[in-house]
Design a protein around this ligand. Structure first.
Ligand code: TUI
Length: 313
C-alpha cells in the first residue's frame, strides 16, 4: 500500500505517528520508523537542548527517516526551530498555530514541512506558503483540538488543496484507515494507539488508563479558555469543569493544568495527571510493539474493502 506520502517521506506504510508532548520520545519515534511508518519526536513545551538530545538519540536507534513535531504555542518554539534546522530531520510537523514564519528557513534546509490544520482556510494558506502536505486533524483527536470532525474536515480539505492530505483524529484500526483513504487522504496520523506501544516510555498507569477507556471517557476541557484539550476523564478534568462553570479566571484555569502531562507520563498520576488521549482510546485494547500496531492498520485493509464490496453488491 503505497501513496504519495510514502514517496515524499521515503517510508513503507503511509502512517505518521502523532507528535504527543512527553509521550513521543526518541524511543517511540525510532520504533515507529523501524516499523515502516514515520516516527515523530514531540518537542511539546521542552527547551531546545532537550529536543536536540532527542534527535541525536533517535539517530542511535534508527537509520530510517523520522520527524519532529514543533508545538507552536511553546515559549521555546523559535529556539526549537533553530535546532531542527541545524539537525535536519526528514520532516517537521507543526501544531497549535501558524508556522508561516518558519517555512522559508525549513525549505532552505531541505526539511519537509507538514502543518497540522483544523480548517479549510488554514489548509489553503499552508499550501500557498509552501507546505509539502497538510495533516487534517479532526476533533476526535487527543490533546489540543479544533471543532470539526475528521469525517467532514478531511474531504473538504482534499477538495481545497492539491498537496497530499493526511487524515488524523479517531483512526483506530484498519476500518478507520480505509475510511480515511475513501475520503481521499494520502495517509493517516495516529496518536492514541501509539501511547500503548511497548516502546513508548510513558508510565504504565497512563497506558492502562487508555486500555481501560470506554466510549465517552475522552472528554474536552478548556473550551472557555480558547485552547480546548481532550483527555481521559479524571479528577483533573472534573476540577477543570468546576472552575469553568464557576467562571474562574483564565489564569486560574491555566494554573490547574501546569505539570499535568508530566504527572501523567512520569509519575503515572491517573487522578491529577493530564491523560491526553483521543476518542479512539476506547478502541485500544492492548499494549503491543509499534510495528504490530502499524501492521494492524494495513494488514486488515483488504478484508475491509472486500466487506464493503460484498455489502454494495
Ligand atoms: O497541537 C495539537 N495537539 C496538541 S498541542 C498540545 S500541548 C498543549 N497543552 C495544553 C494546552 C494546549 C496545548 C497537546 N495537544 N494538535 C494539532 C492541532 N493544531 N490541533 C489544532 C491545531 C491548530 C489550531 C489552530 C492548527 C492551526 C491553527 O491555526 C490558528 C491560526 O493561527 O490561525
Amino acid at each position: 500500500m503505497k501513496t504519495r506520502l510514502c514517496e515524499l517521506l521515503g517510508i513503507e506504510y503511509p502512517i505518521i505517528q502523532g507528535g504527543m508532548a512527553w509521550v513521543a520520545t526518541a524511543e517511540l519515534a525510532a520504533a515507529v520508523s523501524n516499523g515502516g511508518g514515520i516516527g515523530i519526536i514531540a518537542a511539546g513545551g521542552a527547551p531546545a537542548d532537550v529536543v536536540r538530545e532527542q534527535i541525536k538519540k533517535a539517530r542511535t536507534l534508527t537509520d530510517k527517516p523520522f520527524g519532529v513535531n514543533v508545538m507552536l504555542m511553546s515559549p521555546f518554539a523559535d529556539e526549537v526551530m533553530q535546532v531542527v534546522i541545524e539537525e535536519k530531520p526528514e520532516v517537521v510537523i507543526t501544531g497549535a498555530g501558524n508556522p508561516g514564519k518558519y517555512m522559508a528557513a525549513l525549505k532552505e534546509a531541505g526539511i519537509k514541512i507538514m502543518p497540522v490544520i483544523a480548517s479549510v482556510a488554514m489548509a489553503k494558506k499552508m499550501e500557498k506558503d509552501g507546505a509539502d502536505a497538510v495533516i487534517a486533524e479532526g476533533t476526535e483527536a487527543g490533546g489540543h483540538i479544533g471543532e470539526l470532525t475528521t469525517m467532514v474536515l478531511v474531504p473538504q480539505v482534499i477538495d481545497a488543496v492539491e498537496i497530499p492530505v493526511v487524515a488524523a483524529g479517531g483512526i483506530a484500526d484498519s476500518r478507520g484507515a480505509v475510511a480515511a483513504f475513501a475520503l481521499g487522504a494520502d495517509g493517516i496520523q495516529v496518536g492514541t494507539r501509539f501511547i500503548c506501544a511497548e516502546e513508548c516510555i510513558a508510565h504504565e498507569n497512563y497506558k492502562q488508563a487508555v486500555v481501560k477507556a470506554k466510549d465517552r471517557d475522552a472528554v474536552v476541557t478548556g473550551r472557555t479558555t480558547g485552547a480546548p484539550v481532550r483527555a481521559l476523564k479524571n479528577k483533573l478534568t472534573r476540577e477543570y469543569d468546576r472552575l469553568e462553570k464557576n467562571g474562574a479566571s483564565f489564569e486560574e484555569i491555566e494554573q490547574l493544568g501546569v505539570g499535568g502531562l508530566r504527572r501523567a507520563f512520569q509519575e503515572g498520576d491517573v487522578q491529577m495527571g493530564s491523560l491526553m488521549a483521543g476518542q479512539s482510546a476506547a478502541m485500544v485494547t492492548k499494549i503491543e510493539p509499534a510495528a504490530d500496531i502499524i501492521r494492524s492498520y494495513f494488514n486488515g485493509t483488504e478484508a475491509v474493502i472486500e466487506e464493503i464490496n460484498s455489502k454494495l453488491k
